[in-house]
Design a protein around this ligand. Structure first.
Ligand SMILES: Cc1cc2nc3c(=O)[nH]c(=O)nc-3n(C[C@H](O)[C@H](O)[C@H](O)COP(=O)(O)OP(=O)(O)OC[C@H]3O[C@@H](n4cnc5c(N)ncnc54)[C@H](O)[C@@H]3O)c2cc1C
Length: 399
């Protein structure tokens, strides 16, 4: 008998899971609140573990073709190098990250899901779930499914645990790429941990346009109104003072509306299984993007859940296996993110001082370069190996 799954959320986790389950013969329906589901935000780095899942979906090469191959993460505080993580610390042929425009990633995943036969229903705001059905904002209910999944992201109304909003978020913009930056690096500049600017090459969209850069600027939630109230030129002066080379990027920003504020929050549910739904992606665990892992985690969740259904016929056993496969890796990365975030976004002068004068020099001593490269690549806790699939993405892939 054909099994059916209803997935709330047409983001990274929802689309990846839908395609994987469809390949196993499930009937799959995705619900999203947007008129036409679309990605919000600018760009992100897909780490080797996430790219491995995209390869399993058959879209890895398509994403790499649109993205920018990333060799290192590099940050300066004044003239002091305080961040320098290189993938080649794990070996010359170690897999690299690829940075992509969110729109490019979304389009590739969306087209793949539709081609696989996934049904996508838009303009459906999910507000609750009960007994295999979703309840929508207008009071209507979905059909009944054998399984319902919460892939609604950070602000999911189906995720019940309290969430901690982090004091800092960031302004983001997708701009045209300009010379003066390393096309294979995420670069950042800091003033203590109170100011941070970043430039990330994110490749291009499939519309034939040129290469893009994601520009971001760290901002406290409670400073947003003051930022909006002040002139955009005053803010540009501040950004240029921190990082003069950004001038041609800032020239592309005409008003406050050219920047989108992304709020960051930290939450980890004790289990991805609640009474009514199974959580994947940010609805289970979200955090600041300092370690660049959220989309990768979402892809790994989808992969682990589909793998568990492939291996276990019984629904309850499969869900227990899903939790076992992912829990350790998620706890590890949520803790690491919790630890590292204040070093780059906080009001603490002491933390920034320790970062610059203690952590940065130590990070250059063996085995720190390898350990940090493995952390960034998403390999701490060996997530694919735990699923019996450690070849690519963790060890020798030449991507
Ligand atoms: C600024 C920023 C930078 C980031 N950088 C990186 C990075 O470099 N690398 C990385 O791996 N990750 C990064 N992340 C994290 C990453 O974007 C997320 O972890 C990832 O998108 C989570 O995927 P998801 O599918 O769980 O949720 P989402 O991608 O948020 O998808 C949720 C979907 O649910 C829909 N939805 C929401 N509420 C409802 C509702 N009530 N009813 C119906 N539909 C609804 C939304 O429209 C959306 O389509 C970054 C995040 C931010 C904010």
């Amino acid at each position: 008998m054909t099994r059916s799954v209803g997935i709330a959320g047409c983001g990274v986790a929802g689309l990846a899971l839908a395609t994987l389950l469809r390949a196993q013969g499930w009937r799959v329906v995705i619900f999203d609140k947007l008129e036409k589901p679309a990605p919000i935000g600018s760009g992100l780095i897909l780490q080797p573990v996430g790219l491995h899942v995209l390869d399993a979906l058959g879209v890895g090469d398509g994403v790499r073709a649109l993205g920018a191959r990333i060799e290192r993460l590099f940050g300066l505080s004044g003239t002091r190098v305080v961040l320098d993580v290189r993938y080649d610390a794990l070996g010359a042929r170690a897999p690299r990250g690829f940075a992509v425009h969110r729109g490019a990633l979304f389009e590739v995943l969306y087209d793949r899901a539709v081609a696989a036969g996934v049904e996508i229903v838009s303009r459906r705001e999910v507000v609750a779930a009960c007994a295999g059905r979703f309840v929508f904002a207008d009071g209507a209910e979905s059909a009944r499914f054998d399984l319902i999944v919460d892939a609604l992201g950070m602000r999911s109304p189906l995720s019940t645990q309290p969430r901690l909003n982090l004091p800092y978020g960031a302004l983001w913009a997708s701009l045209d790429w300009v010379s003066g930056f390393d096309p294979a690096a995420l670069e950042q500049r800091y003033q203590a941990a109170r100011k941070m600017a970043g430039v990330l090459p994110i490749g291009r969209l499939s519309d034939g346009g040129g290469d893009k850069a994601a520009f971001f600027w760290s901002l406290r939630h409670d400073a947003r109104e003051a930022w909006r109230g002040a002139s955009i030129d005053a803010w540009k002066d501040e950004a240029r003072a921190l990082w003069p080379a950004t001038a041609p990027l800032l020239d592309q920003i005409a008003s406050h509306d050219d920047l989108v504020f992304a709020a960051y929050a930290h939450r980890t549910l004790a289990s991805p299984l609640s009474r009514d739904v199974v959580h994947v992606g940010d609805s289970w665990h979200c955090t600041s993007p300092q370690l660049g892992q959220g989309a990768n985690m979402a892809l790994l969740d989808a992969y682990a859940l589909a793998l568990s259904f492939d291996r276990q016929g019984d629904l309850t056993t499969a869900l227990a296996e899903y939790e076992r496969l992912r829990l350790w890796h998620i706890r590890l990365y949520q803790s690491a993110s919790w630890l590292f975030t204040p070093a780059y976004q906080s009001d603490s002068g002491a933390i920034a001082w320790l970062r610059d004068r203690l952590a940065a020099p130590v990070s250059r001593l063996w085995p720190a370069p390898q350990t940090l490269a493995a952390l960034v690549a998403g390999q701490w806790g060996w997530p694919l190996g735990a699923m019996g699939d450690g070849r690519a993405g963790e060890n020798t892939a030449d991507s």
